[in-house]
Design a protein around this ligand. Sequence first.
Ligand SMILES: Nc1nc2c(c(=O)[nH]1)N[C@H]1C(S)=C(S)[C@@H](COP(=O)(O)O)O[C@H]1N2
Ligand SMILES: [Mo]
Length: 415
Amino acid sequence: MRDISRLPTSPRFWRSPVRGRRFTSVLGLVLLVGVTVLFVTGLLSYAAYNPGLAPVNDKTPDKGLLGFYLFSWPTDPHWLYRLTQGVHVTLGITLIPVLLAKLWSVVPRLFALPPVRSVVHGLERVSLLLLVGGGLFEFVTGVLNVQLDYLFPGSFYPLHFYGAWVFFAAFLVHAALKTPIALRNLRAMKDGEEADGQGELTAPDPAPPTFSRRGALWFVGGGSALLFATTAGRSFDGLRHTALLAPHGGAEPGSGPNGFQINKTAAHAGIRAADTDAEAWRLTVTGRTGTVRLRRGDLEQLALHSAELPIACVEGWSTSDQRWRGVRLRDLAQLVGHDDGDPPDLHVESLQRQGAFRHAALSSRQVADPRSLLALYVNGARLSPDHGYPARIIVPAAPGVLNTKWVARLTFGRL
Ligand SMILES: Nc1nc2c(c(=O)[nH]1)N[C@H]1C(S)=C(S)[C@@H](COP(=O)(O)O)O[C@H]1N2
Ligand SMILES: [Mo]
């Protein structure tokens, strides 16, 4: 006869003495806070793309009602996206051990028989499927995007966005059901009761312990601390070398005025030296009163202004403030007839021929900000080819993706 205790559907199959209410409750409460922060910062990131403004910005055009919360992304404080997206990515990576340990701690229950005891139980199990599947999906797509640099060209945004809603809906149901229980378990622990001694999560036939429960929690926490310590530095110049695990971490990217992080190099984006040659390059600006074409020399004759602003990428890395110098976007709007102090939205196009980020739309609010520039210089030097020479956009508080490099055309109004 087969020994049924050797099948995962038998509670006796699961013998780790570490499993128990306390272990699961602690991890569950950490995730309650952490996943909520991930969801909120993720939704903010979507809003920061200005998806409501123009199709070129909207990576998720079929969002429907899920776009209900969208608002006009502010330009203050100028480090806003650096903060929200740094938190989103760094926290997501830091929580990986917690997520895995939490799943491990409840895995016997996923195999429990009968699979469905009642309608309510059936619904709970479906929500668990969405919770576990959705959670793994969000973490995996997020990590792949950050670590492997757009493994899914174009499709990462919809996958991660819709996945987030499915995951968070299941997460809310789960949290509503389980948070009171988790809190009760922890309170019982405080009162000195051995809360782990009973309950469905505890192995009925535990193997001899090689590890205390407390040790197991330290192990998970240590894993998170290690991931944090090898990731967080890529948002800070001077600490970047500590970000061993992160792309755009490690060694500082060169020295000198243009020696800060580059997302895609000119070569990678297919920009040829001939395209950016001072003789050949022209900036085409179109607005209410028509079109003007400017050389780089013409731009240098206009009023130049400086702004200290960072680059902050959706992948979570960012630079400290760089000192940009160039022409205000609102001055360029004025040049083509938008001179009533209330500039319209702006469509920016790059010389780049291929790729999702070759164009972007900026809101009138962003155009109006005196720190929003068509930059010609950075940190006192001419922009390098990799940072967008002959001219690039820089806007306070915006995601890197809106800071278009190698700009060729600006169209005010009519997006
Ligand atoms: N034309 C063009 N502009 C672009 C991109 C691009 O791929 N093509 N990438 C954007 C992204 S995703 C980021 S994070 C910033 C990075 O700017 P940097 O390389 O100067 O640091 O440039 C933005 N501007
Ligand atoms: Mo980016």
